[in-house]
Design a binder for this molecule. Structure first.
Ligand SMILES: NC(=O)C1=CN([C@@H]2O[C@H](COP(=O)(O)OP(=O)(O)OC[C@H]3O[C@@H](n4cnc5c(N)ncnc54)[C@H](O)[C@@H]3O)[C@@H](O)[C@H]2O)[C@@H](O)CC1
Ligand SMILES: [K+]
Length: 502
C-alpha cells in the first residue's frame, strides 16, 4: 500500500469525487458506514457511545456515524465543538441527525461526565488538522484523555499531525483504537505516536484505485500485494547448488547461540548450502546444533580473527555475536574491501562500522545493513525525533548506496532510491534476544538465492514478522523465543512463493 501525505489524501478524496461523479457526502457516508460496522462488531450491549465532533469533515464522519449507530439501536450522544464555521458536509449530516439523538454544544466550563463504561468516538479533527490544538479543542481533548472511557479515533487521533512531527507538549487524543480510511497515515508507523494512535486499522471506502496508482509516493507498506512475484518457486530439477551457498561469520565466546540462530534461519530460508565461520570455541556447538551446516576450521579461537577465502560463496552474512575485537575489525575491513558477492551486516559488524566510520565508504553497493535504532544512530547521529530518523535513514541509504533494515515494531526498509517501506507483520513477542540473528540468517539465505537486495529485504522482513505472528498464535507473545520464529519461517515464506502455472 502507498502511504500518502495529508495533502495527497485530500487531493485523492477530491479527485475520487470528481472522477466517480459522486458527492463528497456520499464518500463521507461510506466512511461513516465502514466505521459504524467496525464499531458495532466490537461493542458490547448497553455501552453508551459519546461522539465528539469537530467542525470539519472529521466531525461530519462523527455525525453520520451517530445517525447510523442510532439506527442500529445503539445508545449514542453527540457533543459538538463550538466553531465559527462548519464544513458543508458537517452541516448536511447535522441536519440528517434524528432529533431523538441527544446533541449538544460543548461548554468547556462544564464538560460531560464520561463513565468508564462509555465509549468515546473522537471525531474532532482528522487529516485537515494544520496546527496543534489550543483553547477549547485542547481542553476538550484533555478532558477525554483524563476520563476512563475507551477512546476510538476516527481517521486520526485528534491533535496528531498526519505526516509531520508534533511540537513537544502538544495536546493529542490518546486513542485505544484508530480507525482510518483507505490508506494508512505515516504517523501510525512511528513509535513516538504509539501512545496516541493505539491499535490501528484501515478500512476501504472505495477511493479511486487508478488515482492511487498514479499518485507518486516514497513511503509504502510491506504487504502481500507488494510482495507478489518476488519469491520464485523452487524448480523441480533444482539441486542444492541452485539455491546458493551462504557464509555466515558469527559467534564468539559466550555468544555462539547467535550463530546457531542465524544458521538455522538461513537453512529454513531456503539456502542450498551453508558454511559457518565460527571461532573454534563454537565449533562443536554449531556442528551439533546445526548439523546441516558445514563449519570452517581455523578462523579464530574465541572470536573471528581472519577472513576465509570467499570464492565458494554466493552471499555473506556477518555480525551476530561477532564481538568487537580489533582482529574481527580487520576481518570485516578485509571483507568490505574484497567481497564481490552480496553482503548482510548486522549487530557487532554494525557496531564496528559505527566505531570506525571510515569503513562505511568501503560498503559495496547493495549491501544490506540491519540496525536497530541505537545501532543506526551509531552509524549516523542521534535523531531528534522519529521523522528526523527517517530523514537520516533516507540520506544514509542514498549516500552509501545501501539498503538499511531499521528494526522496530514497524521495521522500515530504506533504499538507495529514497523509498521507505514499513512492515505490517510481527508482534511484541519478537522483542526478544536472537530475533535479529534470525533475520540476518534469513536475509543472507535470500541473497544467496539471488533475490535482489530490495526483494530480499521486503520478503525477508515480512516473512520474519509473519513467522513471529504464527509462533505467537501458538505460544502467546510472552512465550515466544527467537528459535520459534525460525520454526515458522517455512509456512511464512511458502505464502509468498510465486505460484507456478500460467
Ligand atoms: N470527502 C472527503 O474529503 C472525506 C473526508 N473524510 C473525513 O474528513 C477528514 C478531513 O476533513 P477536513 O479536511 O474537513 O479536516 P478536519 O475535519 O480534520 O479539520 C478541519 C477543520 O479543522 C480546522 N482546524 C485545523 N486545525 C485546527 C486546530 N489546530 N484547531 C482548531 N481548528 C483547526 C480547520 O479550519 C477546519 O475547520 C478526514 O480525516 C476524514 O475523517 C471522510 O469523510 C472521507 C471522505
Ligand atoms: K479524529
Amino acid at each position: 500500500m502507498k502511504i500518502l501525505s495529508a495533502a495527497q489524501t485530500r487531493a485523492l478524496d477530491q479527485a475520487t469525487i470528481q472522477d466517480e461523479g459522486i458527492m463528497s457526502l456520499e464518500l463521507m457516508e461510506r466512511a461513516a458506514t465502514a466505521f459504524t460496522e467496525w464499531l458495532l462488531n466490537r461493542l458490547s450491549a448497553g455501552r453508551e457511545v459519546h461522539i465528539f465532533c469537530g467542525p470539519g469533515n472529521n466531525g461530519g464522519d462523527g455525525l453520520a456515524a451517530a445517525r447510523l449507530l442510532h439506527q442500529a439501536g445503539q445508545p449514542v450522544r453527540v457533543w459538538l465543538l463550538p466553531a465559527a464555521r462548519d464544513s458543508a458536509d458537517f452541516t448536511a449530516n447535522r441536519h440528517r441527525l434524528p432529533p431523538e439523538v441527544p446533541c449538544a454544544e460543548l461548554n468547556t466550563r462544564s464538560l460531560p461526565e464520561l463513565p468508564a463504561s462509555a465509549v468515546v468516538v473522537d471525531a474532532l479533527f482528522g487529516t485537515g488538522l494544520s496546527r496543534p490544538l489550543t483553547d477549547e479543542a485542547a481542553t476538550v481533548v484533555q478532558h477525554i484523555n483524563h476520563s476512563a472511557a475507551s477512546i476510538v479515533a476516527v481517521d486520526m487521533p485528534s491533535g496528531l499531525l498526519t505526516d509531520a512531527p508534533q511540537p513537544a507538549g502538544s495536546v493529542v487524543v490518546r486513542a485505544r483504537y484508530t480507525v482510518s480510511f483507505e490508506l494508512p497515515k505515516l504517523a501510525f508507523f512511528l513509535p513516538q505516536n504509539a501512545e496516541f494512535v493505539g491499535l490501528w486499522e484501515v478500512l476501504p471506502i472505495g477511493l479511486d484505485e487508478g488515482l492511487i496508482h498514479n499518485t507518486p509516493v516514497d513511503n509504502h507498506t510491506i504487504d502481500l500485494k507488494l510482495l507478489t512475484n518476488r519469491l520464485p518457486a523452487r524448480q523441480k530439477f533444482g539441486h542444492k547448488g541452485t539455491y546458493g551457498h551462504a557464509l555466515l561469520l558469527a559467534g564468539s565466546y559466550g555468544k555462539v547461540g547467535a550463530a546457531v540462530l542465524a544458521a538455522r534461519a538461513c537453512l529454513h530460508g531456503g539456502v542450498g548450502l551453508l558454511t559457518l565461520g565460527v571461532p573454534t570455541v563454537g565449533y562443536d556447538i554449531v556442528q551439533t546444533a546445526v548439523p546441516e551446516a558445514m563449519a570452517l576450521p581455523g578462523i579464530g579461537q574465541e572470536h573471528v580473527t581472519s577472513l576465509p577465502d570467499l570464492a565458494p560463496y554466493s552471499a555473506v552474512g556477518i555480525g551476530p555475536g561477532l564481538g568487537q575485537h580489533d582482529d574481527s575489525h580487520a576481518a570485516l575491513e578485509k571483507l568490505l574491501r574484497t567481497a564481490t558477492v552480496p553482503l548482510v551486516l548486522d549487530a557487532d559488524a554494525l557496531n564496528l562500522l559505527g566505531a570506525n566510520r571510515a569503513l562505511l565508504d568501503l560498503l559495496p553497493p547493495d549491501a544490506i545493513l540491519t540496525p536497530h535504532p541505537r545501532e543506526f544512530e551509531r552509524l549516523t547521529q542521534p535523531a531528534c525525533h522519529d521523522y528526523h530518523r527517517l530523514e537520516l535513514l533516507r540520506a544514509f541509504c542514498h549516500r552509501h548506496q545501501c539498503y538499511v533494515v531499521l528494526k522496530g515494531a514497524h521495521t522500515c526498509v530504506g533504499t538507495p532510491a529514497g523509498d521507505l517501506y514499513f512492515n505490517t507483520t510481527g508482534n511484541a513477542g519478537m522483542a526478544t534476544g536472537g530475533s535479529g540473528d534470525v533475520l540476518t540468517g534469513l536475509l543472507t539465505a535470500l541473497r544467496a538465492q539471488k533475490l535482489s537486495a530490495l526483494d530480499a529485504c521486503l520478503v525477508g522482513v515480512y516473512a520474519h514478522g509473519r513467522a513471529g505472528d504464527l509462533a505467537a498464535q501458538q505460544l502467546g507473545e510472552m512465550g515466544l523465543a527467537a528459535g520459534d520464529i525460525v520454526t515458522h519461517l517455512g509456512p511464512a515464506l511458502q505464502k509468498l512463493v510465486t505460484p507456478s502455472g500460467f
